[in-house]
Design a protein around this ligand. Structure first.
Ligand SMILES: [Zn+2]
Length: 246
């Protein structure tokens, strides 16, 4: 009986490690994961090489990049804590620096709201979508605090801020590694996403992928997972060629 239990345990262990190995093998074999693995395992020079430093908008782009860094987790990304059924709602721009150091800027002119219970987040209302005039969109920023929830958002935008106008390029704060009450530690980064309005002057739930849109045409950079492994540099055609990403 004991022996049977032992065999069962060994079998379960093999199954488990086999599963992990398979996942790893898949990531290694997938060119979309190469930069991500390089960032995870690389030294300072490797990381610096992956960083985009660009304070001007790409040619033809309405938005500037909200922070310099490595655009590692893409829009629609199923990796990390996400999945194919619940993909990433925005882009994660990782900092090769300590929390509270890398500046975060307004990607476009708009009106900042910071809900009174938001420690590390704010959202900017853009009344007129530059790519779809007449539509209201919202730019959601989060993780701008340290692990204990001490925020790195500028003093001019305290919790409870409502409809404070900011111009494109205004300093909003600095990247951080706050992850709410989750015990999972995260790399220092900014999460940035474009959230649709609810048609009543508010925004839809920013955590639902279906309520968000692809930032690629706003940045004129291919930042959608469907386009990977295209580099996230400026391009006149940030869309994905047919069949890409499959
Ligand atoms: Zn994110």
């Amino acid at each position: 009986m004991k022996r049977r239990l032992l065999l069962l345990l060994v079998f379960a262990l093999l199954l488990l490690t086999g599963g992990v190995a398979l996942t790893l093998w898949r990531s290694y074999g997938d060119p979309r994961s190469t930069p991500f693995l390089q960032w995870a395992r690389g030294n300072n020079a490797t990381r610096e090489a992956l960083i985009v430093t660009e304070r001007e908008a790409c040619p033809g782009a309405p938005f500037i990049l909200p922070a310099d860094g490595f655009i590692g987790l893409l829009y629609g990304d199923p990796r990390g804590p996400y999945s194919a059924s619940s993909p990433h709602q925005g882009i994660d721009i990782f900092s090769n620096d300590a929390p509270g150091r890398v500046p975060v800027y307004a990607a476009y002119d708009g009106y900042v709201t910071r809900e009174s219970n938001w420690k590390s987040s704010l959202i900017i209302r853009v009344p007129d979508d530059p790519l779809q005039p007449g539509r209201e969109i919202w730019l959601y920023y989060t993780h701008m605090a340290d692990q204990d929830g001490n925020d790195f958002i500028v003093d001019a935008l305290p919790a409870g801020t409502h409809e404070q106008f900011v111009q494109q390029g205004t300093l909003l704060g600095y990247t951080g590694d706050y992850n709410g009450n989750s015990p999972r530690t995260i790399w220092v980064h900014l999460h940035f996403s474009i959230v649709l309005g609810n048609g009543r002057g508010g925004y839809l739930n920013e955590l639902e992928f279906a309520n968000t849109i692809d930032p690629s045409p706003y940045l004129m950079r291919p930042v959608s997972y469907a386009c990977a492994p295209r580099p996230t540099t400026c391009t006149p055609d940030p869309g994905c060629p047919a069949g890409a990403g499959s």
